[in-house]
Write a protein that binds this ligand. Structure first.
Ligand SMILES: Nc1ncnc2c1ncn2[C@@H]1O[C@H](COP(=O)(O)OP(=O)(O)O)[C@@H](O)[C@H]1O
Ligand SMILES: [Mg+2]
Length: 236
């Protein structure tokens, strides 16, 4: 078994011109773990995930499986087994489900059929609708497609940006149950959420991001019990 830390982030900074969105944060994710980062709108959660996935420039050090990432090329990062499921899902509305999944397999074409049947096994609804245009899917189905597409590159680490956003409560439960299954199958997860309760219940470890800095960290259960989290994010 690989003992290296799956993802190690040290002194990460992200700037957009004069705005410093992420102010030198450090955290790590162990193999097989679910870590969640919660925080209000604008805290810098998406910027953190985008920086790790190579979608925005950063300062600081990012290691995947112990190796320092020296590139901001998303392609290179996906090859190392890390994929981002972006905020708003980023699927192609005018392509079918299967065409979207094929795009997810661009770094790993040899295993296409095997990966496709695995993804369809996780999401039977996608199999039934494989030729349907993605834009006609419900919000929950689009989120399943976005997760399925990331899994097509046989990722060992998935970064999920607000997977529950815009979904009805029943679908939120369904998506979180699927994330638990994906993790049980051996995929390491870093989940960013505003839905703090669901995320903290699912996560092994968690941190709170405020104005670009980590201000609290601990187990998911510890953060759920924390008075500050309870009043600011759980409404009691
Ligand atoms: N492309 C961008 N250009 C300029 N500022 C940005 C950009 N993306 C995000 N920001 C700013 O960076 C800060 C953090 O944003 P973001 O990472 O999206 O936070 P969160 O995902 O926690 O809501 C915010 O102040 C936001 O306005
Ligand atoms: Mg965001």
């Amino acid at each position: 078994m690989n003992q290296a830390i799956a993802l190690d982030v040290k002194d990460l900074e992200v700037r957009y011109g004069g705005i410093q969105a992420v102010r030198g944060i450090s955290f790590s994710v162990n193999p097989g773990e679910i870590v969640t980062m919660i925080g209000a709108n604008g805290a810098g959660k998406s910027s953190t995930l985008r920086a790790i996935a190579g979608a925005v420039p950063h300062a600081g050090t990012i290691r995947i499986g112990g190796e320092v990432i020296r590139t901001d090329h998303p392609e290179e990062i996906v090859r190392r087994g890390l994929s981002l499921v972006p905020e708003g899902r980023g699927i192609f509305a005018n392509l079918s489900i299967e065409e979207n999944l094929r795009l997810g397999a661009w770094t790993n074409r040899e295993a296409y059929d095997v990966n496709l049947s695995k993804v369809f096994g996780l999401f039977p609804r996608l199999r039934e609708r494989r030729n349907q245009m993605a834009g006609t899917l419900s919000g929950g189905e689009q989120q399943m497609l976005a997760v399925g597409r990331a899994l097509m590159s046989r990722s060992k680490i998935l970064l999920l940006d607000e997977p529950s956003m815009g979904l009805a409560p029943k679908l939120v439960l369904e998506i979180f149950a699927i994330l638990r299954d994906i993790n049980k199958a051996g995929v390491t997860l870093l989940i960013v959420e505003q839905n703090a309760v669901m995320a903290l219940r699912l996560a092994h470890r968690a941190c709170l991001l405020e104005l670009g800095s980590i201000t609290l960290s601990g187990s998911g259960a510890e953060l759920l019990e924390n008075p500050k989290i309870r009043s600011a994010y759980l409404g009691h």
